[in-house]
Structure formats: C-alpha cells, structure tokens
Design a protein around this ligand. Sequence first.
Ligand code: SF4
Ligand code: SF4
Length: 295
Amino acid sequence: MVNDKFIEMRWHGRGGQGAVTAAELVALAAIAEDKFAQAFPSFGPERRGAPVLAFNRISAGEPVRIRAAVTAPDIVVILDPGLLRIVDVTSGLKENGTIVVNSAKSLVDIKSELGTKWRVAVVNASSIAREMLGVNIVNTTMLGALVKATDVVKLESLAEPIRERFGGRAENNFKACQKAYDETSIIEQATTIAEPKKLPQIEKLPSWRELLVGCVVAEPGSAKRYRTGDWRSQRPVWDHQKCVKCGVCYLFCPEGCINRTEEGYFEADYFYCKGCGICARECRPGAITMVEETQ
Ligand code: SF4
Ligand code: SF4
C-alpha cells in the first residue's frame, strides 16, 4: 500500500478519456485532506484517441516545488488497456510501485504481462462506466480503483471535487467510482507468478520537446506508416441495410481511412481507424455502430 509522505503518479490515457480531469480531481481531494498537491498534463500535438499523459504529486509534509514531468512514479494508472501494447507504461516505475489498470483480463494475466516487480490492481472500469454512465469514459471510475489500491486519498474526499466538476452527472460518476472501489482486485508484489511474457518492442519516438525548433517532423509517406489503428478501443461497424450511400462518414473521418467499396458502401481501414466515433455520430440514418474492441 502506498502511503508515503511524497507520492508521484503518472496517468496514461487517450485524448478524450479524461486523464487530465482525473489527475485534477485527485489533487483537489488531496488538498481537501490538507496535503500539498499538483496535477498537470503533458501536452503535445495529441488529438482525440492519441496516447496522453497526466501527472500528480502529493505531499503530506512539504509544499511541492518541483515542476517537471514525473519520470520515476510511485503509481501509474492506465485508463485504456490498449495502451499496454503500444506505450511503455512501466517506464521509470519504482520497484514496489503500483500499477492500476482498466482491463477485462484477469488479474493474474495482467500481472504476468507486466512482471513481478510491482503491485498490480485491475478493474473492468469500461464495463462499470458503460453500465453506470452510459459511456466508456473511465476517469472517475478509475479513481475508485486508485483509492482501493493505494489509499492516496480517501474515497469520501473525492465526492466534493466530483460534485463540483460534474454537477448533475456527479452522483452517477461517484457511484461508478464506488463500484470500482468495491470490484478492484489487487496482487501484491511478493506473489510468485510465472516469468513475464515478452511485450512487443515499443518504438521510441522523440517527444515534441526534443525536436529542434522548425525541424521537419514528418517525411514523405510517414503518415501512412503510423498505425493510428493501435489507438482504438472501439471500432465502427457498418449496417448496409440502413446505409443510404450518402458518403458523409467518408467526408467526416479525420483519419481519411474510410474507403468506398465497389458496391458503393463504405468501410474503415482498421489499420488507421483510431475509433473516434465521428463517422457514427455524423451518420444520420444510424448505419454505423461503435463496438468495443475485443481485448
Ligand atoms: S454516413 Fe451513414 S448512410 Fe451515409 S454512407 Fe456513411 S454509413 Fe452510409
Ligand atoms: S472510421 Fe470512424 S471511428 Fe475510424 S477514425 Fe474514421 S471517423 Fe473515426
């Protein structure tokens, strides 16, 4: 259990999933407990669906003066299970640190993927958020898992920040948070378990801060190489019975990844479809449904 005087946390989410809001809510809850706290995002050229980071520092003693990104966290929280495949979520995580993951997989499976050095807590936050909130936005749900796994703040300290932030939607958000608290499973670091599976090699790209001012960040054909399909947690599925072949989905897709078939229907190239759901939102006849990616 993490309960030190100074705690650093890193949130991994996707643009639009509310990682930054979750970090802010934790900081407000900590401040309500008379602690010192920071919450801040790492902003780059992210768009909806792209991997994003947010950070917290919480101190029960001294004011927090450091302003740099957290590179050696005590806790990492992962809002989207798809990030385990494409982001080095354990980078810099301290030995005996805690990983809190949203996943439908079993705790043992997740632990064997991540290794034995860390405590691991798992909850199916997507399922809870869909049930309690009607959408797969898991930030408030994952707060319950975080509190269960770490005691970094008290559950009741989150109630007021959630109420202020969400107004009329606060009650359901807090209920989702409580349900996740109840349903989170934890494996302590000492558990003996098989050697971790080898995770796929993660391509290291420079962050935007490391790029030289005015340098060219893309080369011809580079957009084609980047698998924005890896960002996806939901995929669009077309119903040809309802489709009137208007082509609006094709026009609105921000990735330009919708193609016209020989029969005049439309379909996504899942290599590049990032699952933003814009095509489904813009399709007036309701011919496109977003479905969860199987994990
Ligand atoms: S917007 Fe809807 S109805 Fe129009 S082509 Fe796309 S799927 Fe078909
Ligand atoms: S196909 Fe639909 S869900 Fe996929 S990127 Fe395009 S608009 Fe978004």
